[in-house]
Design a protein. Structure first.
Length: 237
């Protein structure tokens, strides 16, 4: 099975905490998982990847290389042996569920708007929703797990009264029932938003929604800006 994208990535270029022993080689272990055809082969590759530049098993957090690995794991789910598919789904669960490493918590802000690692991984998973839906309950559950890593793309500022702004746009994922803190990404600028509140019952079936942003300046918001949760783990329920 050809996974040329594995070798095309310079895995050593991604930052990771210093450790006395170097982590397992990510390219080698991803290739091993892509080629796995038995339970033992898939388990060995998965165990190695849980102690690699993708996941810091000492601190139990996810590292920047995991964002680059997510599309490859999704390819394995689509094209790999059933044993490899199951392991790839489990790895994506781990990467999505673990908090980003505190010192390397965001994707490279010189190239993107600096989303948190878990949110960037969630975006890759959602990009393959059609494929995951045909992989039964585990694929659907992985998609559902992305909901707390929601994103809202601003289309229009509807009203502004002092520092209380209402915006219209598209919501992907699930807002928590209570008001939550968020961050507003516009280009490479990130602005803290103290509170996000859904208006008019939340999003419709197409994701269209109105949100109210108390204590946020109108000047900070422009069409195309993206709202993200400040702490995905805290925004459940």
């Amino acid at each position: 099975m050809g996974f040329e994208s594995i070798a095309a990535i310079d895995w050593s270029s991604f930052p990771r905490p210093w450790r006395p022993h170097p982590p397992r080689d990510v390219a080698e272990q991803l290739q091993a998982l892509a080629e796995a055809a038995t339970l033992n082969q898939a388990a060995d590759a998965m165990t190695a990847l849980l102690d690699s530049a993708l996941i810091d098993d000492l601190e139990n957090d996810v590292l920047p290389a995991a964002v680059a690995a997510a599309p490859i794991l999704l390819d394995i789910i689509e094209r790999g042996h059933p044993r490899a598919r199951s392991a790839a789904i489990d790895l994506l669960w781990e990467m999505l569920d673990l908090p980003p490493a505190s010192e390397f918590s965001r994707v490279d802000a010189t190239q993107t708007s600096g989303f948190r690692l878990c949110c960037a991984i969630a975006d890759h998973i959602r990009d393959r929703r059609g494929m995951l839906r045909v992989h039964g309950q585990s694929g659907q559950e992985l998609l559902t797990a992305t909901d707390r890593h929601w994103r809202f793309t601003v289309q229009e500022v509807v009203a502004a009264d002092g520092n209380d702004v209402m915006v219209f746009g598209t919501l992907t994922g699930q807002l928590p029932k209570r008001s939550c803190e968020a961050e507003l990404h516009s280009g490479r600028t990130i602005v803290a938003v103290p509170a996000v509140e859904a208006e008019y019952g939340g999003a419709d079936e197409d994701g269209a929604a109105f949100l109210r942003l108390p204590r946020t300046a109108r000047s900070a918001i422009a069409p195309g800006a993206v709202l993200r949760p400040t702490d995905c783990a805290a925004n459940q329920g």
